[in-house]
Design a protein around this ligand. Sequence first.
Ligand SMILES: Cc1cc2nc3c(=O)[nH]c(=O)nc-3n(C[C@H](O)[C@H](O)[C@H](O)COP(=O)(O)O)c2cc1C
Length: 462
Amino acid sequence: MSRRTLKLGAVLLGVGGPGQHATWLDPEIPANASVDVNWYIDRAKAAEAAKFDLVFIVDSQFITENSPNHYLSRLEPVTLLSAIAVHTRHIGLVGTFTTSYNEPFNLARRLYSLDHISGGRAGWNVVTSGDAGTAGNYSRDEHFDYATRYGRALEHVQVAQGLWDSYEADAFPRDRAAGTFLDPTKQHALNHKGEYFSVVGPLNLERSPQAQPVIFQAGDSEEGRDLGAAVAEVIFTHARTLEQARAFRTELRDRAAAKGRDPDTLLTLPGISLVIADTDEEALAKEEARLGGRSFDRALKELGRPFGWHDFTRYDLDAPFPDVAHLGERSFRTQANAITKLAADNGFSLRQVVEHLSAQARSPFVGSPTTVADTIQRWFEGGGFDGINVTVNAPSEFALFTDRVLPILRERGVVRDEYESTTLRGNLGLPVPENRHTAARTAATTPDSPTPDPISPALIAR
Ligand SMILES: Cc1cc2nc3c(=O)[nH]c(=O)nc-3n(C[C@H](O)[C@H](O)[C@H](O)COP(=O)(O)O)c2cc1C
């Protein structure tokens, strides 16, 4: 069995995500980076040269004037990833797509097209949309409640995976001499009628190089963790301490095992912020300067997002934190509850909450290249994560990681030297699910084998 190695993701955040208020002022970053396709292509090529497993495009579809700069004007993920695909050869292409405001057929088709275009490198970060205001862009008066959001999400993914099995591997003989283009016995309708979706199928796209795009998931609620344990192959998360990271990863692995899955087919990749300099002291000073670039006013406004973009500027900053927990109910409920609990447990004012959250932006991965490599290795070997998602802003900062930290980790055997496969699934070491119809055919000829579940691929248990 090959040695477990650290997986690497690069989050392309253009002119800056939440809390990154000064990123757009960096002279290394074009002020229109978030809409400049060549900026993304160049960043993806740099990540590929460093043998990263994937680039990750976050997304959402509701903004206000207070949204993070990158969110205000950015490219649609499948369109963007298709452009990156033709300029790269190995790196995985992962985009965020919501199950709340897409139909499974439409999304399955777009993602499967990306898998064909990229030669098997597509990944889907399944989200349910935290921004309640998205409802207003999709002809709805209000966003779905949590039970509906996650119920739709599970069924949506299962339908998409069913559609991706529409054709068996050898469905298209394309035999000109015999006049046989299609073998109709290898084309399968889905005929799905569920609680949220009715989809007849088949998908009008043959089996892709990866067979099934890789499923990523990032929801943190009870319902979100349950969805992740059921269908995800990679979990995106945040981690502040090794103990917290280890507890989260263990919990997700246990949940997956309880659903009959091999926990090693569920990888955890927290997003981490890196601050690297020649010495530990210089790195700490650099982080200090970076935190100093955060604007209290922007942070106060961004605090509104988990609460359905509630306007916190209307309150007295030094009064007790307002009673607003209910506003998160159909938005980012988990995050909203965590913030109100933080305030209640500590008796914090609004100002103290904003300051505390800003201080939490301090990273455990700050220091010289050796210090950062040591910390990453300790967390990886201590069961904190299977890989890391690194935010890419200024190219020179990213190069400090690729040119100075990665060689140390490679020398120690923590990171692999070369791509092992042409597909994202292959590089992540994830199994290729067998086409369910092929599996059923095989099972029919071997009477003792179990009949595969009609909705989920053979290797992805619910
Ligand atoms: C690392 C990470 C990345 C995320 N990326 C996105 C994203 O790109 N778009 C989005 O709508 N939500 C994103 N989310 C939010 C969640 O998927 C989820 O919708 C939100 O956390 C609310 O659901 P929950 O209460 O189950 O966590 C992300 C969450 C995490 C932890």
